[in-house]
Design a protein around this ligand. Structure first.
Ligand code: GLU
Length: 297
């Protein structure tokens, strides 16, 4: 690959068809890269090896090419790089910042609804999901070993309080787009709002937060351009970058295309799939135009 000063990336998960919202994001990346003489890389975020399939990937690649979007090869597939993520997790383990947590989603839900029934307000993350209670942070080594030996499934969680303390002050990022509430400029990261996030699971050596941070560094991404639904996740990514001594890209979060009912487009809404639009006889120019003029929030 030639030496580009600025590198962007489009990073879909191949677990469904590419829709107008993805196409809009890919076009933002591609056009911003072209405007500054940089390049847009393509990364398949396929850590969920059950829901992500080579067929979906092929279809996404065909749809992107049909739209006139190009990228330097090779495509990076996260499923081929689990050892990179495992190495990062081991670093965080060595720093004493992650711990195994065995509560199931249902058990966490029960703890939250019990507390709420007693009238306690349970803290929520920026996406509105209740925070993990953090109870297993205090398990002893012996209790952890016993639970692991018993074969229970578990998740590796980041001890967010200690991780923030280890990262130190002044964790910020440069935002040239905008957050959901219009935030832009120098943004103060607030990773603690996410609680003890999951970084890996017993059977999957990574999570979205971990692999996206590692890949942005390994692929030397200078500009992360993505929807503002991921604006707050950037706080976690900045924290991991600081802990793992990785470079800090600039960020640009863009608006999201919406459907006629005002909802964000989703993979389950087949009408806006690029393949469906092509089958209806639309040209690539028509679809690009729809991306540029569609309603957005
Ligand atoms: N794979 C994520 C998605 O499809 C995008 C991740 C990112 O751009 O950071 O929503």
């Amino acid at each position: 690959m030639p030496d580009f000063q600025r590198l962007f990336r489009f990073a879909p998960s191949p677990n469904g068809a590419l829709h107008l919202g993805h196409a809009y994001s890919a076009l933002c990346n591609f056009e911003m890269a072209q405007a500054c003489g940089g390049a847009m890389l393509l990364r398949m975020e396929d850590i969920d090896t059950v829901r992500c399939t080579p067929q979906f990937e092929r279809q996404m690649v065909d749809d992107l090419r049909w739209l006139g979007i190009a990228w330097p090869e090779p495509i990076r597939r996260q499923s081929e790089h689990f050892t990179d993520y495992r190495a990062a997790l081991e670093k965080l383990q060595d720093m004493g910042l992650v711990y195994p947590a065995f509560l199931t989603r249902r058990q966490i839900g029960e703890a939250v609804s019990n507390a709420e029934q007693e009238g306690r307000l349970w803290p929520r993350d920026p996406d509105g999901a209740p925070l993990y209670p953090g109870t297993e942070r205090a398990l002893s080594e012996a209790e952890r070993d016993a639970a692991i030996c018993s074969g229970k499934p578990y998740a590796w969680r980041l001890d967010i309080e200690n991780a923030c303390a280890a990262a130190g002050a002044e964790l910020t990022w440069n935002e040239s787009g905008s957050g959901p509430e219009g935030q832009s400029g120098v943004i103060a990261a607030e990773p603690a709002r996410w609680g003890d996030v999951i970084l890996a699971r017993k059977d999957t050596p990574t999570s979205y937060h971990l692999s996206v941070t590692i890949d942005d560094a390994l692929q030397k991404i200078t500009d992360v351009v993505r929807g503002h639904d991921l604006f707050h996740a950037t706080s976690v990514h900045r924290l991991l970058q600081r802990l793992l001594v990785l470079p800090q890209p600039d960020y640009h979060h863009h608006l999201l295309l919406i459907d006629q009912t005002g909802k964000k487009l989703s993979k389950s809404d087949g009408d806006t799939a690029i393949g469906a639009l092509r089958d209806r006889g639309l040209t690539a120019e028509n679809v690009v135009q729809m991306c540029k003029t569609g309603a957005r929030i």
